[in-house]
Design a protein around this ligand. Structure first.
Ligand code: FEO
Length: 162
């Protein structure tokens, strides 16, 4: 059985992952509208991945005979000034999520909940990847600067994500 504290914290993380999904889907919609379909595709896939993260927590809570409770998902912004502004927001958001995962790891240790601690290790590793890919795209966009040609090339590259 999960402790009440742990159950509550894991449910909060379900919400945080669903918000991540919503945020990236909002970005995808923005760049779809701005004729950058490759960036939109990358972000839509990221949104799907975040939904998968939420479902991992959902499944784990259920496996431990806890109760999943779904809270309202906050509305994300609708528009970002530039692709760089959006990806800087992605990176900052992922850094925040890393902090949330670390908080859960600390709580699991405090609650002596080894099973949750082990489950969370997947997310600890995943966050390294999440930050790395966002950081890479931010760096590319900074190199591109004002170059339309560079942006078109990056858009084509990001369209290849599967
Ligand atoms: Fe679910 Fe992007 O971390």
């Amino acid at each position: 059985m999960l402790s009440k504290k742990m159950e509550e914290a894991l449910n909060k993380q379900v919400n945080a992952e669903l918000f991540s999904s919503y945020l990236y889907l909002a970005m995808a919609a923005d760049f779809e509208a701005k004729n950058l379909p490759g960036i939109a595709h990358w972000l839509a896939l990221q949104a799907k991945e975040e939904n998968g993260h939420a479902m991992k927590f959902y499944g784990y809570i259920a496996d431990r005979r806890g109760r999943v409770t779904l809270a309202a998902i906050a509305a994300p912004p609708a528009e970002w000034a530039t692709p760089l502004a959006a990806f800087e927001a992605v990176l900052a958001h992922e850094q925040k999520v890393t902090g949330l995962i670390n908080g859960l790891v600390e709580l699991a240790a405090k609650e002596k909940d080894n099973a949750t601690g082990v489950m969370l290790q997947w997310f600890v590793t995943e966050q390294v990847e999440e930050e790395k890919s966002a950081d890479y795209i931010v760096a590319q966009l900074r190199m591109i600067g004002e170059s339309a040609h560079g942006l078109i090339m990056l858009d084509r590259a990001l369209a290849q994500r599967s």
